[in-house]
Design a binder for this molecule. Structure first.
Ligand code: ZN
Length: 147
């Protein structure tokens, strides 16, 4: 398990240092900003939706390692998926971190690297921030706060 843990930490560090899909989206059809006042994370998520499919996603902002790595992993995981699958993954990810429903880690794909955050309630909001912003962006855009 400790090998697995250090592997996950490497994945998170890699995504923090070299975030994927970081920047602005010229073709954005929705945009929302997420704010986590407890940690100071601010992340703006932009989405481009084409016929019920998330064709593009990008994020920008500044946050801690967890929130940045989570936004990067999220963007990579959801890009190109049908919206129904994006919402399904979002639900599964948040369930896994908040311990709501039992979630098979296998079904999280690379997002499983963040599953350990569930042990640190203060950091759960960092890890889920990008997903809250994503849902708001898909719903038409807004500013969302974890508080
Ligand atoms: Zn944070």
């Amino acid at each position: 398990m400790s090998d697995l843990r250090s592997l996950y930490q490497e994945v998170l560090l890699d995504h923090y240092k070299r975030p994927r899909h970081f920047g602005e989206l010229a073709s954005a059809t929705g945009r929302a900003e997420g704010h986590n006042p407890l940690c100071g994370d601010r992340i703006t998520v932009e989405v481009a939706v084409e016929s019920d499919r998330l064709s593009e996603v990008a994020f920008r902002g500044s946050g801690c390692a967890i929130s940045t790595a989570s936004a990067s992993l999220m963007s990579e995981a959801i890009r190109g998926l049908p919206l129904a699958e994006v919402r399904d993954l979002s639900q599964r990810f948040r369930d896994a971190l908040t311990g709501g429903a039992a979630t098979d880690p296998e079904r999280l794909g690379k997002l499983v690297a963040l599953a350990g955050v569930a042990e640190f309630p203060m950091r759960v909001k960092c890890a889920t921030l990008a997903w809250h912003a994503l849902e708001a962006a898909l719903a038409g855009g807004a500013v969302v706060s974890t508080e």
